[in-house]
Design a protein. Structure first.
Length: 189
C-alpha cells in the first residue's frame, strides 16, 4: 500500500494530516524560522540551513530571508538561483528551478490543489509539479500556480498570475499571465 507521501508526490489525492507529512512540514518550518532569524553576518549558518532545507541546490542558492516553504525537500534548484525577500514555495509536489533564475520579492510558487467537492476537501488535497527553466526572471509579487512550466530565458512581469505554461524566451505578464512579446538576446560588446 502506498504512503500518503508517495501519493502526494505523485499528484494524487492524499491526507495532509498524515503523521509523516506533519513531521516533515514541522521540520521545514523549523528550518525556515532558523533561516529567517539569521543575520547577514552569518553566511555559513545560512548556507548550512539552506543545504538542509532544499532537496538540491542549497549549496549555491542566494537567499534574502524571510522565506517560507511546506517541505523544502521537494524543491530542486539549479546553480545560483536567487530569491529576494518574502518568497513562498508550497512544495507538496516537486518544484524544479533552472540555473541562474531570479525571483523578485513576494513571489509565490504554489503546487497544492484542492478538490471541488467540499466533503472531500476537508480530508484530502493533491498537487501538480512546477518546472521553471534556466535564466528566468520572475517579477515581484507574481503567483506561479500548480502544474505550470515556464521556459528558459523567459521574463514574468511583476504581479502576474501564471495559470498555464509559458514558452522559452518571452516576456509574459498579466492576470492570467499571457505572452506579450518575444525577448531578443542582446549582443555584448
Amino acid at each position: 500500500m502506498r504512503t500518503e507521501k508517495e501519493k502526494m508526490l505523485a499528484g494524487e489525492l492524499y491526507d495532509p494530516f498524515d503523521a509523516e507529512l506533519v513531521t516533515a512540514r514541522e521540520r521545514a518550518r523549523t528550518l525556515c524560522q532558523a533561516l529567517n532569524a539569521t543575520q547577514e553576518s552569518e553566511p555559513e549558518e545560512r548556507r548550512r540551513i539552506l543545504v538542509d532545507l532544499f532537496g538540491t541546490g542549497g549549496d549555491t542558492v542566494w537567499m534574502q530571508p524571510p522565506f517560507y516553504c511546506d517541505y523544502g525537500a521537494n524543491i530542486h534548484l539549479g546553480t545560483r538561483v536567487f530569491f529576494n525577500f518574502n518568497c513562498t514555495i508550497l512544495d507538496v509536489c516537486d518544484v524544479r528551478i533552472g540555473d541562474y533564475t531570479l525571483f523578485g520579492p513576494g513571489v509565490q510558487i504554489l503546487t497544492p490543489l484542492h478538490p471541488l467537492d467540499a466533503d472531500l476537501r476537508r480530508k484530502q488535497e493533491y498537487g501538480k509539479s512546477i518546472v521553471i527553466g534556466s535564466d528566468v526572471w520572475v517579477g515581484g509579487g507574481a503567483l506561479i500556480l500548480a502544474g505550470v512550466q515556464i521556459g528558459a530565458r523567459t521574463i514574468i512581469g511583476a504581479g502576474s498570475v501564471v495559470t498555464r505554461d509559458i514558452p522559452d524566451g518571452v516576456f509574459a505578464a498579466g492576470n492570467p499571465c499571457r505572452v506579450i512579446r518575444h525577448v531578443e538576446e542582446q549582443a555584448t560588446q
